[in-house]
Design a binder for this molecule. Structure first.
Ligand code: ZN
Length: 136
């Protein structure tokens, strides 16, 4: 699946967002290495700590269905229509890189500019499971 098609799925997923507080809709579309797609949207909660981003919604759906290898995640927000890219927040960057530093991040707008980078570009010197080995 090409970047534009994956981003289009993220734009569509954005429509399911539950955002009564911020009114800021975000959609994500996750592509596994075996070609399956899982979408997600942001879901807000009056107890703000319970809020979940679109990217993590898509990841948790994929992992809970048995997926382990993520190829790419496309992200679209309400800013996308203004041709402004939306990148993952800090928590999502940490969760995404848990599944590999080479996961491609695609953002932008299908009717405008589409940007691609690697998650490792967005979170250098990240904390990982290998840090636990230093404790022994
Ligand atoms: Zn996030």
């Amino acid at each position: 699946m090409d970047n534009k098609s994956l981003l289009k799925l993220a734009e569509n997923a954005r429509k399911n967002s539950y955002v009564p507080y911020s009114k800021f809709r975000v959609g994500a579309a996750l592509l596994t290495k075996n070609g399956k797609v899982y979408t997600g949207c942001n879901i807000e909660c009056a107890s703000f700590g319970g809020t979940n981003c679109a990217e993590r919604t898509a990841i948790y759906k994929a992992i809970s269905e048995g997926e382990k290898e993520i190829e790419a995640i496309a992200i679209a927000s309400d800013n996308s229509e203004k041709d402004e890219s939306t990148y993952p927040c800090g928590i999502c960057r940490q969760v995404i890189i848990e599944f590999g530093p080479d996961i491609r991040i695609i953002t932008g707008y299908t009717q405008g500019k589409i940007i691609e980078c690697k998650i490792s570009d967005l979170i250098p010197n990240y904390f990982s499971g290998s840090d636990f080995k230093e404790i022994e």
